[in-house]
Design a binder for this molecule. Structure first.
Ligand SMILES: *Cc1c(COP(=O)(O)O)cnc(C)c1O
Length: 466
């Protein structure tokens, strides 16, 4: 035995497995209790987090104590987004099989950068790429990178577009950078997601030098106001507006762009999966005419967090933009996934992406997506009956609500958020506060919506209630 002190501890932890049993007990305890607790943590739970503020000790802390602390103080301070009554932001709820698969893969601790580093994860990535492409109805040559979220996926898609447009003008942006490069134009909706502008900033394309296209009352880019396009233009469209759930007119705009040889990227963070539903795929008509797409796993697909896809019709453009080199990076004959991602080492996200798709199947996925829509429609109908003003056409999973005055909306939202019954976020719409409801949890039932509508009614200031 020539182990050092910290090795002794860790070998013993692995051999005994008591920590893993403990974690499993806590996880089951959490799952069983989550429906009976407030959807948002109460003030005491949040205040108790000061217990985490201390200097890092010199000596190792026993794992048992660490897990105890996480569960006793951490679990109560979580946002219960795995209930069916969390409607904040556009947050999904991981499907059980995917969470279980992720637990197993955490023990594997694989790095999917290259095929040679993990053949199993490379295989799961290959299948996830193929199945996603088919579910979304994208061209056969489309390749995918599995990244942390749509923010990064969008950046990758736009990087591929930037590369391609400049290459066609005889400029290699990866080798020679942007200084002195021919100019490229960016045409984007004034209603594009904030992360699109962040990606443009990161790519040196600037947030302010874009051509903003006006939008209609649903937040859709107004196709009749698209400027003249050319082969130096990057066009960015959206499948699923964060407040209204609205979809741009892909068919019309992509046809125009294709004639002009512009590059089209679609930000479809949560909306793109509408393509997997026979009832809702009219919303995504024409997406296959674009060049690149970004879509989350962790929103409407309900994978665990930290999972998204950048898809690109032009393998070479994406690979050229993401490729790294180094003496020890050995590109193989097989699919090396870091060809399509900005990062090299990363978590094996394909495990839960693959497991989610398989656990749902084509029909289950369609059913899940359609249920989001049905529950959103239920929400909007019941809220309207109770005198709330629904501001959007509920075509997908988002409902945008206002009361009769800005003040009433603000107070109502505050009361909803502190009710513990459900949780919704706020936004501004046409200059006034609004309540945003996003249905994207597999576990939201008709009863959850009934209960949440009751919470809305109760939250309205008494003097103005209907
Ligand atoms: C959530 C969202 C993003 C950002 O995605 P992340 O996964 O949070 O990085 C981009 N665009 C839209 C439309 C979104 O809803």
């Amino acid at each position: 035995m020539n182990k050092n002190a910290i090795q002794e501890i860790m070998f013993a932890q692995k051999a005994e497995k008591a920590l893993f049993e403990q974690a499993k007990r806590y996880a089951f305890d959490y799952m069983d209790g989550v429906e009976d607790r407030p959807v948002y943590p109460d003030d005491t739970a949040v205040d108790n987090l000061t217990a985490f503020e201390h200097p890092l000790p010199d000596a190792p802390t026993p794992g048992k104590e660490i897990l105890e602390k996480l569960h006793s103080l951490g679990s109560p301070a979580t946002v219960a987004q795995t209930t069916g009554r969390y409607f904040g932001f556009v947050n999904g709820n991981a499907v059980p099989t995917a969470v279980a698969a992720r637990w197993l893969s955490d023990v594997w601790d694989q790095n999917p950068a290259l095929h040679v580093i993990s053949p199993i994860v490379a295989k799961l990535e290959q299948m996830s790429e193929q199945w996603s492409r088919e579910l979304l109805g994208l061209p056969e040559q489309t390749v995918a990178g599995i990244v942390s979220g749509t923010s990064i996926a969008t950046m990758c898609g736009l990087a591929a577009g930037r590369y391609d447009l400049l290459k066609n003008q005889g400029w290699d942006v990866n080798e020679d950078g942007l200084f002195g490069a021919p100019e490229i134009r960016v045409v984007v909706s004034e209603q594009a997601h904030g992360t699109v502008f962040k990606a443009l900033a990161l790519l040196g394309l600037g947030k302010n030098r874009v051509e903003l296209v006006p939008s209609d009352e649903q937040g859709r880019l107004d196709a009749s106001q698209i400027p003249e396009l050319d082969s130096k233009t990057l066009v960015i469209l959206q499948a699923g507006h964060v407040s209204t759930g609205a979809f741009d007119d892909f068919e019309t705009i992509c046809k125009k762009a294709n004639e002009a040889e512009a590059w089209v990227h679609i930000d479809g963070a949560f909306g793109l999966w509408a393509a997997a539903s026979p009832k809702l795929n009219y919303l995504t008509k024409g997406i296959e005419l674009a060049d690149s797409w970004s879509v989350d796993g962790h929103k409407t697909l309900n994978t665990p967090y930290d999972c998204a896809l950048v898809l690109c019709k032009d393998r070479d453009a994406l690979a050229a933009s993401m490729q790294a080199s180094g003496a020890y990076i050995q590109w193989g004959e097989q699919r090396d996934s870091m060809l399509f991602t900005p990062d090299m080492s990363r978590r094996a996200r394909a495990v839960e992406l693959w497991a989610t798709l398989l656990a749902l199947g084509k029909d289950g996925l369609a059913e899940m997506i359609e249920e989001f829509w049905k529950r959103a429609v239920q929400f909007s109908e019941q809220l309207s009956e109770h005198g709330f003003n629904v501001r959007n056409d509920v075509v997908f999973n988002q409902v945008l609500v206002q009361c009769d005055s800005a003040e009433e909306t603000a107070v109502t939202l505050q009361n909803i958020q502190s009710s513990g019954e459900c949780w919704c976020g706020g936004t501004t719409w046409n200059g006034e506060p609004a309540i945003r409801i996003s249905v994207c949890s597999w576990s939201t039932t008709e009863e959850d919506v009934n209960r949440s509508v009751a919470a809305f009614v109760k939250a309205r200031p008494v003097s103005q209630s209907h």
